[in-house]
Every structure is written in structure tokens, then in C-alpha cells.
Design a protein around this ligand. Structure first.
Ligand SMILES: Nc1ncnc2c1ncn2[C@@H]1O[C@H](COP(=O)(O)O)[C@@H](O)[C@H]1OP(=O)(O)O
Ligand SMILES: [Mg+2]
Ligand SMILES: [Mg+2]
Ligand SMILES: [Mg+2]
Length: 339
């Protein structure tokens, strides 16, 4: 089955959402110190991005059967304190949709914006089609002016069949910044600029010597156990220091061979959400990579809004995976016996 129509709509939606986020990040970084610690701009961008993606998908595709599993909901915006934020979001959404030419003829009301955001309340699951969206993945990176992503996947009968990942701050080449990665199941992974340059096919590294490998992990130590990653890397023989970047930009970078391994071990009790991995997973898998939990099981996106995982998520190419799994198992055992 081909998902060409869905892919075209998803690329459009994510590119426009990226435009909105870039505008907000630019304003945020130009603002004075006082408003830099104000987290409201990110909220505006999260909601705005979700509204834009939802609106574009529903305009381009059959909206009767539309189902979206997304991170944000409009609860706070419907409160009295949320009124001003909602107006800012509405303005941003309308400016962004108008900047495209195709969508700008009927401006969104506040109610339209709320409805677009709330269409993301689906629970997903094993049957039918569900879009999966993280409107801004890597909020902390966004606030710092670093990496973040707009991540959109499509589930069909519980499997990820499309993944589109915009990384506005990831270098595309020496001269250009901003990448759009996309993958359709069985079709490989492509990368292009956010303003639609010719796509190029990307592939994970074919490295088989862990000593030459470098690995990615979260920038934020609160998101992933850095000690555990360094133990695993040491066991594997990795020599390079970790490359710490925010968001699913890690999956994008890995899909084009920037690094060989991605290690993610959240603190105990943290439950991974499907929108934090769906798009990135397919982008890496279609580029020839392997994504699994710490026990080597594939990720199961069919269980609703959460992923049920053993310990963490590990990503690498096919050649390195057996050695990586071994190092992960040994490290987890050591950690358990030292407690
Ligand atoms: N305590 C936490 N542990 C792990 N991940 C987290 C935690 N809090 C937020 N996240 C999510 O981790 C992802 C980014 O992590 P990283 O940059 O470390 O890869 C984001 O999806 C972020 O949510 P959000 O989408 O709100 O930014
Ligand atoms: Mg996220
Ligand atoms: Mg998010
Ligand atoms: Mg969040």
C-alpha cells in the first residue's frame, strides 16, 4: 500500500509548523534576559505547531476518519488565564497558514484553534490509522536555542508507516541549516531542506568497529541516565565522548550516519510516549538502522499513547546491534547488582 498522499500532506504540515516554531524561537532568543526565563513562548509554539499540523492534515485528507494522538490539549487555554495565550496562538496560526498561500483564505477563530488542538486526543491503538504528533519535541532545547524537532508519524494497524521529522536547527550542509527527514515504510529515508530542496536518500553508518563509533544521548541528564550510557559505551570500546543533543534530531542525525549509536535510559518510573519515537523510529529503520528496547524487543506502537518498554531504547545499525545488546545487558546487570 502506498501512503504517497498522506506523506505529501504530512511534509506540508510539518514544514509549516516548523516555520511557526522558528518564528517563535527567533523572537524568544532576541528577547531580553527576563523573558528568556519565561516559558510561555514555548507553550505558544507547542500549541501553535499542533494546531497547524492538525489543520493542514484535515484540509488535505479525509477529515471524517481523522485520528490524531498528540502531546498537547486545550485544557489550560479554555481557562480565563489562558485567553491571552490563545489569542497569540490564533494570530500565529493564521499568519503561518496565510504564509503558505493555499490555506490562508479562511482565518481560524479561537474556537477553530481549540478544536484543531483537541483533535489530538485520540488514544491510538492496534486498529485503523492514527497520526502521532509531537508538535515540539525537545522543549528544553527549543528554549536554549538548540535542537528540537516537529515529529509526525502515521500508524496503520498498529505499525508506523510514515515518519516525518523537521529539525529546524540541524545543519543540512556546510552552508544551510534546517532538515526535513521523511520515510515511508519500505521506501527508504530521505532528507531535504525545510524549503523543499531536492531530497537525498540517507543511510545509517555501515561501521562495524565500535571503537570508531560515536554515540548520541539526551542533552538533559534528567531525561536519560548518562552514567549508564557511559558504562555501556566503555564496555563496547567506544572511544569518542557522547554527543548530547535534544529531541528526535538524534534519530535524524543517526539516519544519515552522523553517529552510530543512540542510547536512551530514562529515570525509573518515566513512561515513554509514542509521539516521542514514532517518526524517529521509522526514519532510522528505513535508513537501515535498528531500534529496540534494552532487551532487544522491537518497539510496539499499538498499545495506546504509551510505549511499554524494557528499561530503555537503543538504536544502531545491524552490524553493531549484537555487541551493543550484549554491552547493555552486562551494564544493566552490573547496575542491578551494585544497588
Ligand atoms: N523526565 C523525562 N525523562 C525522559 N524524557 C523526558 C522527560 N521529560 C520530558 N521528556 C521528553 O523527552 C524528550 C526529549 O528528550 P531528549 O531531548 O532528552 O531526547 C521530549 O519528548 C521530552 O518531552 P517534550 O516533547 O515536552 O520536550
Ligand atoms: Mg517529546
Ligand atoms: Mg513536545
Ligand atoms: Mg512537553
Amino acid at each position: 500500500m502506498s501512503y504517497d498522499k498522506e506523506l505529501a500532506a504530512a511534509k506540508n504540515a510539518v514544514s509549516l509548523a516548523a516555520r511557526l516554531c522558528q518564528k517563535v524561537q527567533k523572537a524568544l532568543l532576541q528577547a531580553d534576559v527576563q523573558s528568556k526565563s519565561d516559558k510561555s513562548p514555548v507553550t505558544v509554539a507547542d500549541y501553535g505547531s499542533q494546531a497547524v499540523v492538525s489543520a493542514v492534515l484535515q484540509k488535505e485528507l479525509d477529515s471524517a476518519s481523522f485520528s490524531l494522538v498528540a502531546e498537547e490539549d486545550s485544557g489550560d487555554l479554555r481557562k480565563e488565564e489562558g485567553k491571552e495565550t490563545l489569542q497569540r496562538i490564533m494570530k500565529l496560526v493564521n499568519e503561518t497558514l496565510a504564509s503558505d498561500g493555499t490555506y490562508g483564505n479562511a482565518p481560524f477563530s479561537e474556537e477553530d484553534v481549540l478544536a484543531a488542538i483537541d483533535s489530538g486526543r485520540s488514544e491510538g491503538g492496534p486498529s485503523g490509522q492514527h497520526w502521532v504528533l509531537d508538535p515540539i519535541d525537545g522543549t528544553k532545547g527549543f528554549l536554549r536555542g538548540d535542537q528540537y524537532a516537529i515529529a509526525l508519524g502515521l500508524l496503520d494497524e498498529g505499525k508506523v508507516v510514515l515518519g516525518v521529522l523537521a529539525c529546524p536547527n540541524l545543519p543540512l550542509s556546510q552552508e544551510k541549516v534546517g532538515c526535513l527527514f521523511y520515510a515511508q515504510v519500505g521506501g527508504g529515508t530521505y532528507m531535504q531542506s525545510l524549503d523543499s530542496s531536492t531530497p537525498i536518500k540517507v543511510h545509517v553508518t555501515d561501521l562495524d568497529n565500535p571503537e570508531e563509533a560515536s554515540f548520541f544521548e539526551s542533552f538533559e541528564a534528567a531525561h536519560s541516565l548518562h552514567d549508564l550510557s557511559s558504562l555501556i559505551a566503555k564496555k563496547l570500546g567506544v572511544k569518542a565522548p557522547p554527543v548530547r543533543i535534544d529531541s528526535q534530531a538524534k534519530y535524524g542525525a543517526l539516519s544519515r550516519g552522523d553517529g552510530a549509536i543512540y542510547l536512551r535510559f530514562p529515570h525509573k518510573g518515566y513512561r515513554e510516549k509514542i509521539w516521542d519515537h514514532a517518526a524517529g523510529y521509522l526514519v532510522v529503520a528505513e535508513a537501515g538502522g535498528v531500534v529496540s528496547d534494552a532487551a532487544g524487543n522491537p518497539l510496539d506502537f499499538s498499545k495506546g499513547r504509551y510505549l511499554d518498554l524494557h528499561e530503555g531504547i537503543i538504536v544502531t545499525n545491524q552490524k553493531l546491534m549484537p555487541a551493543l545488546l550484549k554491552a547493555v545487558k552486562e551494564s544493566l546487570n552490573e547496575k542491578a547488582s551494585s544497588l
